[in-house]
Design a protein around this ligand. Structure first.
Ligand code: NOJ
Length: 495
């Protein structure tokens, strides 16, 4: 498949805006079958624009075998039947673009579903032309342990490598034909106007042996090439998922999720943990994307559950994440403090239907019966209730994102002069001549009175959030201000 870039209607800076991570199956059902779909998501685009996000990452929407999160792909060029059609995706793209938002698809490059037709052929005998498309050995080699288990799985014709699940066989990415297959799939979507990809499980693409299966140089190099394919199209976006090597992949892919930082953000917000605050005061490496939680349990429970439902701590966590450098990701429902699903455990607990309204039988998600239990706190923490409350978490997200969108230094400036003053974190976001001061008091009870350094001598500062009083720096560039408990204050140096 040849590249045929339809161009991008988005402004160049959309990639510096915050993203919403959307699980289509759980976002909004348009046809009453109890399962979310692309048309449902399209209906909610005004909400997402008003929230202030500039991009959407959709968990896999390809046809899949798992019938849930979609990472066992059976057809890379088609849309999960329950989600709709390729035409529905085209319409979603058009409508998202009209609202200034990009749409990024999850691309599962490491493995397919066992039911993928190519694996079905590959496993049928040892001589078929697709045999070398997957990773086969005559019998399982000894001594392997990946994610706590043996990744080699037995089939009648040999053993295949499948570390995640026996139904998720790894592609043989050393095979040039397999690489070309993926490149063509990516062009298929890019040529339709898709704005980029989140690449799944890139730490485990290529193995060099039982002691060398993770973050191998070949995997990093492969992703560098893939990212440049995506970048050959106009204004596209790449982010990689590599929990144990975020930095290497941030360099190779352009962006990678900041795994580890989510624990610091929660610990700082929940208990003013000083080690976490100190780490957050350091400038992060380029390309690291902060987030508070995602769809995988290993990254942590939903913030509401980790923070005991404390609305002040949830606002602090939001500020700490959204005001950092890098493209931040908001897991759907985080903005209203959705909890885990009632009575659920494991990953499904994190993947409940979106809480649009307080109706405890459908949460405003469907007119039918939701396919999965709703969030345990749907009656209190939902969009309808929070939209009406000026002090809600939702309105805090909106205010912070509106500021991030209006102030280039907050969207793409560096983090400088980070300071921990008791339970308060202060830092400057700097872009050219613009300097914006961010101060977040994570403490639960006391208002903090502080002196922060780093302003130009005698500068005047205008309040952008959390205060209406202008400040003037002294001759040493210090400003003194008071920040109420669990609140965020933002100032900008006046030219
Ligand atoms: C990482 C994804 O986030 C997770 O949900 C999935 O199960 C594995 N990769 C395998 O695709």
């Amino acid at each position: 498949m040849a590249a045929a870039d339809p161009g991008s209607p988005l402004d160049t800076d959309w990639r510096h805006g915050a993203f919403a991570q959307i699980f289509v199956r759980s976002y909004k059902d348009s046809n009453g079958d109890g399962v979310g779909d692309l048309r449902g998501l399209t209906q909610q685009l005004d909400y997402l624009r008003d929230l202030g996000v500039r991009g959407l990452w959709l968990l896999p929407i390809n046809r899949s075998q798992d019938g849930d999160h979609g990472y066992a792909v059976t057809d890379y060029r088609n849309v999960e039947t329950a989600y709709g059609s390729v035409a529905d995706l085209d319409e979603l793209l058009k409508q998202a673009h009209a609202r200034g938002m990009g749409v990024v698809l999850d691309y599962v490059i490491n493995h397919s579903a066992a039911q993928h037709p190519l694996f079905q052929t590959s496993r049928s005998d040892t001589t078929n032309s697709f045999r070398p498309w997957y990773v086969w050995q005559a019998s399982a080699p000894a001594g392997w342990n990946v994610f706590g288990g043996n990744p080699w799985r037995s089939a009648t014709t040999g053993s295949y490598y499948a570390p995640f699940w026996d139904q998720m066989p790894d592609w043989n990415l050393r095979n040039a034909d397999v690489l070309a297959f993926h490149q063509n799939n990516l062009r298929f979507w890019l040529n339709r106007g898709v704005d980029g990809f989140r690449f799944d499980a890139v730490g485990v693409l290529i193995e060099n042996g039982s002691g060398a299966w993770e973050n191998q140089p070949e995997s990093v190099n492969l992703m560098r090439d893939i990212a440049s394919l995506v970048d050959s199209y106009s204004k596209r976006f790449t982010v990689c998922e590599a929990p144990s090597a975020s930095l290497s992949y941030a360099q190779a892919c352009g962006r990678a999720f900041a795994f580890g930082t989510q624990s610091d953000l929660i610990a700082a917000a929940g208990s003013s943990n000083s080690a976490a605050l100190s780490r957050l005061a350091q400038a992060p490496a380029a390309g690291l994307s902060p987030f508070l939680s995602n769809h995988d349990e290993f990254a942590g429970q939903r913030p509401f559950d980790q923070l005991g439902g404390d609305p002040g701590a949830l606002k602090v966590a939001a500020s700490l994440s959204l005001l950092r450098p890098g493209t931040p990701f908001i897991y759907y429902g985080e903005e209203v403090g959705m909890s885990g699903g009632a009575g659920l455990s494991g990953d499904p607990r994190l993947r409940s239907p979106m809480s649009w309204a307080g109706n405890t039988s459908n949460g405003g998600f469907t007119t039918g019966t939701p396919y999965r239990a709703l969030a345990a706190n749907v009656s209190t923490n939902n969009v309808a209730a929070q939209a009406a409350d000026p002090n809600s978490l939702l309105n805090h997200y909106k205010a912070v994102l509106a500021l991030r969108n209006a102030q280039p230094a907050l969207a793409k400036g560096t983090l400088e002069n980070g300071q921990v003053l008791g339970s308060t974190l202060a830092y400057w976001r700097v872009l050219g001549n613009e300097r914006v001061l961010v101060v977040v008091n994570t403490g639960r009870s006391a208002s903090a009175s502080l002196t922060v350094s780093g302003a130009p001598a005698s500068a005047n500062l205008q309040a952008l959030m959390g205060s209406s009083t202008p400040l003037t720096a002294n001759a040493s560039g210090q400003v003194t201000l008071s920040v109420p408990a669990q609140s965020t204050v933002i100032y900008k140096v006046q030219p």
